[in-house]
Design a protein around this ligand. Structure first.
Ligand SMILES: *Cc1c(COP(=O)(O)O)cnc(C)c1O
Length: 493
């Protein structure tokens, strides 16, 4: 017989009482609803100095249990002031993203179910929903049916897998078995992308034994698009001196200016030289959902693989990157390694997602994407992306019409690169724009970021949060103009 004391001890094990979950679950949902309703309560950019948050937190873990109410209070008191609010409608730095309502609910369910989608058997619905949701998205962006998809965490990791598959496809290389180091018989592999390509391409080269020396950057034209003739020349020159060109990455919507590489011409070159073509459409791919932007996918039907990030501009909370390939078998060849204890009776008839990448355990990310697509419908997603592009064109027209400002790149999507014009020869445009950016960000009302184009400090505004509307964009413009006037006034004094 157990004593009462033993009973009490036992009752302290296991998870906390579901009643506590219910109480604080409601409280947190209420808090989140208020947060989404009144983002203007918070400065977009965290107004803290390095170490400020850490100094408020104990350096050692609590020995005794703490009540949930204290923990939740500390989130509001300590953590929230240290957040940069990516979910704020005036977050227009980098690329705006969204924790949309169906996305947040999907994440909640994802952790509640806590399934691991490594094998079909370890959660059949997770694997099958991933196949379905990715096939919906494939149709939405106009990729042919020959592409099938898998979800990774980020575009960087998607591109890593693309380059790994490309390496696997090099005839006779057999890097899977023999590796690349210390082999006198291994060719020097060459990977190509434009000067404007995302750093994740070079990181893939670093990770996969290609090395930075094996990564060749191709020049861009005056509108930041890869020059295909330069790629062609580079491939031919490389071949002559013993390199093995094996992979090229074209970008549809580069990170800095959102330029679109000429994919059809790049695809021709890749086809001719048996080079794996990967398309990085992490941001831009979202725009292919709207018919008038379908042109950006031209040539992508001939790509071996493509990545698009729903966690960028398809209103999906971090993280969810959609990777598509017409050559799933090569990806499987590169990564499948099945220990005895993971063998199942269905292996011949199902897709076990662990066979297609580095990671074994996988979150049930498909759930939120499926909920998002259903909640807004294709038409709702299209309408929101179209509106973001309208707002960007509107903002770009203000910049163009104002003699105090200039556009520094075309605006094919929802991102505007611009700067304030320096007055007179003595004026330092870089310093002026750096100061202007800091000034508008210091208001806490908006958050913009920067890049460098034509060797000029460039202010960059990217519209992509689901709650960004015309009012927000108008306010950003007002702040820019008012702060520019103020800075100019101070300079002339
Ligand atoms: C943002 C971006 C990436 C990186 O995306 P992650 O999901 O953060 O890894 C890659 N390529 C392009 C073109 C991007 O804009």
């Amino acid at each position: 017989m157990k004593s009462d004391i033993e009973d009490r001890e036992l009752s302290r094990l296991g998870d906390i009482d579901p009643q506590v979950f219910r109480t604080f679950g409601y409280r947190i949902i209420d808090w989140v609803a208020d947060y989404l309703e009144h983002p203007e309560k918070y400065p977009v950019l965290a107004n803290v100095v390095p170490g400020e948050i850490r100094s408020q937190l104990p350096a050692v873990p609590p020995e005794q249990p703490e009540p949930m109410s204290t923990i939740v209070d500390d989130v509001e008191r300590i953590i929230v002031p240290g957040l940069t609010h990516w979910n704020h409608p005036a977050f227009m730095a980098y690329f705006g993203t969204s924790g949309s309502v169906p996305g947040i609910l999907g994440e909640l369910l994802c952790s509640a179910f806590n399934v691991n989608a490594m094998l079909w058997k370890t959660s059949p619905a997770a694997t099958e929903l991933e196949e379905v949701a990715l096939d919906w998205l494939r149709q939405m962006i106009g990729l042919p049916a020959g592409f099938s998809g898998i979800i990774y965490d980020t575009a960087s990791v998607s591109t890593l897998h693309a380059v790994a598959a490309a390496r696997e496809a090099v005839p006779g290389l057999n890097s899977r078995e023999l590796g690349l180091s210390g082999r006198s018989d291994a060719p020097r592999l060459r990977l190509y992308a434009s000067e404007q390509a995302h750093s994740s391409v070079e990181k893939a080269a670093i990770t996969l034994g290609i090395g930075q020396a094996g990564f060749r950057k191709i020049p861009v034209d005056s509108e930041f698009r890869m020059v295909p003739e330069a790629l062609q020349q580079a491939v031919e020159d490389d071949r002559k001196v013993g390199w093995t060109p094996f992979c090229a990455v074209a970008t549809v919507g580069t990170t800095s200016t959102t330029s679109v590489d000429p994919v059809p011409a790049i695809a021709d070159i890749c086809r001719k030289h048996s080079i794996w073509l990967h398309v990085d459409a992490a941001y831009g791919g979202a725009a292919a959902t709207i018919p008038e932007m379908r042109w950006i996918m031209e040539g992508c039907d001939r790509a071996d693989s493509l990545v698009v990030n729903p966690h960028k501009w398809i209103f999906t909370p971090m993280d969810l990157s959609a990777f598509y390939t017409q050559r799933m078998n090569v990806l499987k060849q590169a990564f499948s390694l099945v220990p005895e204890y993971l063998k199942t009776g269905q292996d011949a008839s199902v897709r076990n997602m662990m066979d297609y990448g580095v990671q074994l355990g996988r979150r049930f990310r498909a759930l939120k994407l499926w909920m998002i697509i259903r909640t807004y419908g294709r038409s709702g997603i299209e309408a929101r992306i179209r509106e973001h592009m309208r707002l960007a064109r509107m903002f770009a027209s203000w910049v163009e019409e104002d003699p105090a400002f200039e556009l520094l790149a075309p605006v094919p999507f929802s991102t505007i690169c611009f700067r304030a014009l320096p007055t007179g020869n003595s004026d330092d445009g870089d310093r002026l724009n750096d100061a202007l950016l800091s000034a508008v960000n210091a208001t806490g009302e908006v958050f913009l970021s920067h890049t460098r184009l034509h060797n000029k400090f460039t202010i960059r505004m990217a519209i992509g949060n689901i709650r960004t509307d015309e009012k927000v964009v108008r306010r950003a413009w007002e702040l820019l103009k008012a702060n520019l006037d103020r800075l100019r006034g101070e300079n002339s004094r």
